[in-house]
Design a binder for this molecule. Structure first.
Ligand code: FEO
Ligand code: CA
Ligand code: CA
Ligand code: CA
Length: 673
């Protein structure tokens, strides 16, 4: 991460990485005095594992010999592993092609201007692929894995990489050692055009794609192609729609809002709509709430406003001193009917308001639909939403408002390996007027505070959460939490100063995703397994390239195999770039991980998505070239005029461009099979 002159001048992934303690000040139980000694049930069933051995650095399965492991099933993944490392480009396993499909600025419509980064305009950007692709989903057309709509979130913008002539390198005192001077980037103050380009580069893209002769192509004039931006008009639906806390000067009805922001991960519903999560909304709002404003407690719990972006200087709704309620209209999940380019996206308030990471869903046994939701901040919570109605596979229209009615639950991970899903239902338990909740709308607007009162488990930054329909399990990515202290560990977050994160596996009761309880265990503690103090639990089959830190986005493919993308691997942390790792969850290979794809310098790995035929993987390379100064061989700050990489074009006239990459096997076969 580049050294910064001022965070407020330098929007980056620091919106989520900012060096703060989170905004959960409750004393919810971390059971600090109870040292977690919870192990894989499979390991215990082996009956040969001493507690001391398990609690050290290896997983129980790693204690099997390689032959024993193979006899018990072996890895579900077959591909030659990529070597971990860093350079200016991407790398995929031998025998595979990784072709750039969509780059920031690529035209999406017949009338889109060609990308001209030196002369970008808001109007052009709104007709081109946006910045910092994150979630990638696919909505098949005619049931095909070779023709469909790609839906892609554009999470945020990096001005220093996007705009020419706005950055200079300056000397400043080192924040950690003020007696030392270090180089930092100084970014010129924003003007409205720059802000409006940023707003047009946010949101999402819906674009038709087709595989022709084994290679994916963008259908530039696809009838359903669409850009959604921070200016797109949306409707507010569900229990909080129209509530006075959502009303503004521009919208006295509290039911219409312009735009969506910081769309991180997301989901495609069983009925084929696209769900965009609004994550780090705090950075887009500036100003100070009027004195004694009733939203003060609510906004503090979300770290609002932070003022990372200058939008509020030119659009007063992003200045809380001028429009105090606007921030209550963000932090939701947005559902988009991708098949109808004229449809109005809907903010679905029934699923709560927090820093939404993703929205992966699955149909439960009784037909209700279950959405798993992470709230990505240190010490925040894991949620799920269960629809009241049931999914109708034969009538798409009947499903289109399923997300307006249902129950939002927050998770408590017990020391005994149980997970309890506690309903955030107004009028139950502490969720009453006595605690400031006058209605279900209040509970949803302040879902975090409702979770506090229910004493939900404070997690190590919940990111993507993926249900697995083939085995009834659910995988929770917990990216890291270096702020957790020794006396704050609990069974589900067992490492203090958790720099590398971990994966939790949930088994819902009776394999029913709608159940209100289940069990959990830690699938993996991440980090370098060769360093005992790290306490990582990759299997011993995992090579020096195969381990990773900072799990973030993830995907389960049609064969039930888990793929994990990472955010935050670095020279000082793990000595490798981010990438896509294949993680075994079953059989003797459980806990084995292999590197399949790695990103260029400075990037984070997003997506990932395996198409149902297993013949294509899409990955999203986010913020390539953001940093590089701390990598050996780069050694300087990276910005538009002096980038650490010019991936993927490698032309002097082109800046680095976040892009979606299509991975296929050269012989046309299934990936990793
Ligand atoms: Fe946008 Fe939590 O990753
Ligand atoms: Ca993420
Ligand atoms: Ca996912
Ligand atoms: Ca992240």
């Amino acid at each position: 991460m580049a050294d910064l002159l001022s965070q407020s001048m330098f929007p980056t992934s620091q919106l989520e990485e900012a060096d703060h303690d989170g905004h959960n000040e409750t004393a919810n139980p971390t059971m600090g005095e109870i040292i977690s000694r919870r192990f894989s049930r499979r390991g215990l069933l082996k009956g040969c594992l001493a507690v001391s051995a398990i609690s050290a650095t290896v997983s129980p399965l790693a204690l099997l010999t390689a032959d024993e492991a193979r006899a018990a099933g072996g890895s579900a993944f077959t591909f030659p592993e990529v070597e971990a490392g860093v350079d200016q480009t991407h790398h995929v396993a031998d025998g595979y092609d990784a072709d750039v499909l969509l780059r920031w600025g690529d035209p999406l419509f017949a009338d889109s201007p060609e990308f001209d980064p030196a002369n970008q305009s808001p109007e052009a950007q709104a007709r081109q692929f946006g910045y910092n692709n994150d979630y990638v989903g696919f909505i098949p057309l005619d049931g095909s894995s070779e023709h469909g709509l790609l839906v892609v979130n554009h999470e945020y913008t990096n001005e220093h990489l996007m705009f020419p002539g706005i950055v200079k390198v300056v000397e400043k005192a080192d924040s950690k050692d003020p007696s030392k001077m270090v180089k930092a980037l100084d970014i010129a103050a924003a003007d409205q055009k720059r802000v409006d380009i940023e707003m047009a580069a946010h949101g999402g893209t819906i674009v038709e794609i087709r595989k022709v002769d084994g290679k994916w192509q963008v259908v530039r004039d696809g009838k359903m192609n669409r850009r959604i931006t921070a200016m797109t008009e949306m409707a507010i639906h569900g229990p909080a729609a129209g509530h006075p806390r959502l009303r503004t000067k521009a919208d006295p009805t509290g039911t219409r809002v312009f735009g969506t922001i910081n769309n991180c991960a997301g989901g495609v519903t069983p009925w084929g709509t696209y769900v965009m999560a609004e994550e780090n909304i705090h950075g887009y709002f500036m100003g100070t709430l009027p004195a004694n404003h009733p939203e003060a407690q609510n906004y503090k719990r979300l770290g609002l406003p932070e003022g990372t972006y200058a939008w509020g200087q030119f659009h007063e709704r992003f200045d809380v001193s001028k429009e105090p309620n606007e921030a209550n209209r963000f932090g939701w999940l947005v559902e988009v009917d991708a098949m109808d380019p004229t449809s109005t996206p809907k903010k679905r308030t029934a699923l709560g308001r927090f820093k939404h990471e993703g929205a992966e869903s699955i149909v439960a046994k009784d037909g209700r639909v279950v959405f798993y939701l992470g709230d990505d901040e240190r010490f925040d919570y894991v949620y799920k939403f269960v629809t009241a109605g049931t999914f109708n596979p034969n009538d798409r229209a009947a499903n289109m408002d399923l997300l307006d009615d249902g129950t939002l639950y927050v998770a408590k991970f017990g020391e005994d390996g149980s997970v309890t899903w506690m309903p955030l239902t107004h009028g139950t338990g502490p969720l009453t007027e006595a605690n400031g909740f006058k209605s279900q709308a209040d509970v949803l607007i302040e879902a975090r505070r409702a979770g506090d009162l229910l004493e939900a488990t404070k997690m190590d930054r919940p990111e993507d959460i993926q249900p697995n329909g083939t085995n009834g399990r659910v995988y929770v990515m917990l990216t890291n939490n270096t702020k957790r202290k020794d006396d704050q560990i609990d069974a589900a977050n067992p490492r203090a100063k958790n720099a590398f994160g971990h994966l939790i596996e949930i088994a819902e009761e009776n394999g029913d995703f709608a159940a209100t309880k289940g069990t959990w265990e830690i699938l993996l503690k991440c980090g370098d397994p060769s360093v005992a103090e790290v306490g990582a639990t990759f299997s011993t089959e995992t090579t020096k390239n195969g381990w990773f830190g900072m799990p973030d986005n993830c995907s389960v493919d049609a064969d039930g195999r888990l793929w994990v993308a990472t955010d935050g691997n670095s020279p000082s942390g793990t000595g490798r770039t981010d990438g896509l790792w294949a993680v075994d969850t079953a059989g003797a290979a459980r806990g084995t991980s292999k590197l399949f794809f790695r990103v260029p310098v400075g990037a984070e790995m997003c997506g990932p998505l395996m198409l149902p035929d297993l013949k294509t993987a899409f990955v999203a390379v986010q913020h390539p070239g953001d940093g590089g100064d701390d990598w050996e061989g780069f050694g300087r700050l990276s910005y538009y005029e002096d980038l650490s990489t010019r991936w993927p074009d490698f032309k002097d006239s082109m800046p680095v461009r976040p892009s979606v990459v299509a991975i296929t096997r050269q012989d046309g076969g299934k990936i990793g099979v």
